[in-house]
Structure formats: C-alpha cells, structure tokens
Design a protein around this ligand. Structure first.
Ligand SMILES: NC(=O)c1ccc[n+]([C@@H]2O[C@H](COP(=O)([O-])OP(=O)(O)OC[C@H]3O[C@@H](n4cnc5c(N)ncnc54)[C@H](O)[C@@H]3O)[C@@H](O)[C@H]2O)c1
Length: 339
C-alpha cells in the first residue's frame, strides 16, 4: 500500500509515520510537508530515515502540480497538513484560510482526477466550539469560535461535500486535544513543561478552569490506522470523533507539571484570557468504538507523566526551537506581552 501523509513532519503526523512504519511492513509512506515554522525534520528518527519504505518530499499542499504528481502514485491519503495554532489565527487568519481551506481543496480536486482507495481528512474537535451538550457527539452543532476552528470547519465540510457530490471515499476524523512527544512548544502542554524546566512562568488563560478531552498522541494514531484498515464501505462518508470521553482542566495540568518537575506553584501565572476561548470539550466516544473498534488506552494521569519525561529527556529538540527559531520567539514575545 502506498500512502501519502500530508503534514507528516508535524506533531501528530510524525508520530503517525513512526507508528505505521514500525507496525505495517507492507506500507510505503510518502510525506508531503512544506516545513513551515512548526514542521521539523528532527521529528523523524534515524530509524525512519533509514527505512526504505519512507520518502520525504518538501512541498506545499496548495501546489496543484506537485500534489497531482504525487497523487497519481499513491493508494491512500491521510491529510494532517494545516496551520494549527489558535492563538496565531487570532493574530492573522491569512495562512489558515489559505492552507487549511484552499490546501484541502487542492488535495480533494487531485483525488477527483487521480482516485485513491481512501482519503482520511484530519479535522478537529475545535469545529464544535464550547460544548452545548455533554458528551459531544458528531451531531453537535458546529459553532467554531476561532479563525482556526472556522477554517477547519470549511475544510471538514468541503471534504464531506466531495464524498456526497462525487461519492469519493472520504473519511473525516475529529480528534480532540492531542498531547505527547514532538509537539511544537507553543502548544499548552509542551509550553508548560519546557517553561517550568527553564523556571519561566506558565501562562494560564483566565481562571484555568477550561477543560479539554486530552488524548495521548499514540492513541490518536492508533485510531487513524484503524480508519485506514477498516473496510472502506464501513467508513466512507463518516465523521468520527477521536477522544477519551474524559475531561481535564488546565489548572490540573499546570499543577501536575509543576509537581513532576519539583517546581513551586509560584511559576503559575494567570493571564488575560484569549478571545473566543472554548470553555469545554468532551468527546462522545461511541461512534469510534462502533465503527473503528477504537477506545483510547492511555489514562491522562499516565500519558502526562510519559510526556513530561519525554521533554525532560529531549531538551535539545525543544531548545533548538525555543532558542534557535525566530518564529517561535517573535510570536511568544508579542502574544504574551499583550496579556
Ligand atoms: N494537535 C492537536 O491537538 C490536534 C487536535 C485535533 C486535530 N488536529 C489536527 O491534526 C492535524 C495535525 O496537527 P498537528 O498538531 O500535528 O500540527 P502541527 O502544526 O504540529 O503540524 C502541521 C504540519 O503541517 C505542515 N504544513 C503546514 N502548512 C502546509 C502546507 N501548506 N503544505 C504542506 N505542509 C504544510 C507543517 O510544516 C507541519 O509539519 C491538523 O490538521 C490539526 O488541525 C490537531
């Protein structure tokens, strides 16, 4: 099976590539990634680079020619590539509309021309906005609250329309909040862990009582793999939440991080909330169980410790970003100065 993974050099994409190359010997994986500020070749280990079934292609999902050239050579697609940081989308929505919506459209048009066995579109729980009913099923209204979320709704519904209009074999997964190794350190958990290690404040939005359904990245990748392997007739045209069904608030995360790293609560700094901040997200997990036979295995209390330990052991990985990349520093300084 020849698989195209867009955005494979990012957080979830790289964890997914590692898993599939390790577990599925009959897969050949081609990554298409633009290496934006958060794409990182260091997310792949020597093992992946040496694997004859792994190929990395630098390129833009908005580049029709490049996308078509690749599409005619593959059987399946998992589409992770996106601009993903909500805070950045509040500062400037341009790259979000362009990559998340237009980029997805380019990929969808390419599969009309060069059909594939299936196309897995990675959407997000952010499309729902704050929960109006609990747990949130796939029928929950789509009340996107940030420009990021709105562009992901656009991509999600565009993907669905290509299933409905052209009967293309498209599957839409809506993961809840992922955490784990290789997450860009501007995102909440790696930001808190690495700031605590550097004795810098942990900026908690508002009162820190917002909750999310946190899923360990390896579990999310397991669900994506199930969506690739399930009988296509069972999954095409479906929208499936990928979550744990449990919620954890930001205060709990902050305290867990500080305790694990033997740091005092004085590092906790409550800052002005971000506009449009979602209060609560919690997944209904029934459909994933029924269709994919998927349930998340990792309890948050274990996954968070594994994650903290990974950042402790891999200081060079995140230090190269925090100290070496101006895109990180410039954004961080500007964003948190306003808070
Ligand atoms: N991280 C989460 O908690 C989470 C939760 C739900 C859904 N998602 C979705 O999962 C997907 C992956 O998220 P992530 O956290 O791994 O993101 P990430 O920001 O870590 O990685 C995104 C990757 O996409 C690449 N990319 C960006 N623009 C591109 C373009 N125009 N062409 C080609 N490549 C491009 C980047 O270089 C990067 O490697 C996204 O679609 C995101 O919306 C993420």
């Amino acid at each position: 099976m020849r698989l195209l993974v867009t955005g494979g050099a990012g957080f979830i994409g790289s964890n997914f590539c590692r898993k599939i190359l390790r577990e599925e010997r009959d897969y050949r994986v081609v990554v298409l990634d633009l290496l934006t500020y958060c794409g990182n070749l260091d997310n792949f280990t020597q093992k992946e680079w040496e694997n004859p079934n792994f190929l990395f292609v630098k390129g833009d999902i908005r580049d029709r020619e490049k996308v078509e050239g690749l599409m005619r050579t593959v059987d399946q697609v998992v589409h992770f590539a996106a601009e993903t940081h909500i805070d950045r989308s509040i500062q400037n929505s341009d790259p979000f509309v362009s990559t998340d919506v237009v980029g997805t459209q380019v990929l969808l048009e390419a599969i009309r021309k060069y059909p594939v066995e299936r196309f897995i579109h990675i959407s997000t729980s952010e499309v729902y906005g704050s929960a109006v009913s609990i747990p949130m099923s796939e029928d929950h209204p789509l009340n996107a609250q940030s420009p990021y979320a709105a562009t992901k709704v656009g991509a999600d519904r565009l993907a669905y329309s290509f299933y409905f209009t052209y009967r293309l074999p498209i599957v839409i997964l809506r993961p809840f909040n992922n955490y784990g190794p290789n997450q860009y350190p501007e995102k909440l958990i790696p930001l808190f862990v690495t700031n605590a290690m550097e004795n810098r404040p942990l900026p908690v939005y508002g009162d820190g009582k917002n909750t999310r359904d946190w899923i360990y990245v390896e579990d999310c990748c397991e669900a994506v793999l199930s969506a690739l392997k399930e009988d296509v007739k069972q999954v095409q045209g479906e929208v499936i939440n990928i979550g744990t069904g449990k919620e954890v608030n930001v205060r709990t995360i902050t305290d867990t991080v500080l305790k694990r790293l033997h740091k005092g609560k004085s590092l906790r700094k409550f800052v002005k909330d971000r506009p449009g901040h979602v209060q609560r997200l919690i997944s209904d997990t029934k459909k994933a169980k029924e269709i994919l036979n998927f349930s998340a295995k990792t309890e948050f209390s274990k996954g968070i410790l594994k994650t903290i330990d990974w950042y402790v052991k891999n200081k060079k990985w995140w230090n190269d970003i925090k100290e070496g990349r101006k895109e990180y520093r410039e954004f961080y300084e500007r964003w948190y100065k306003e808070r």
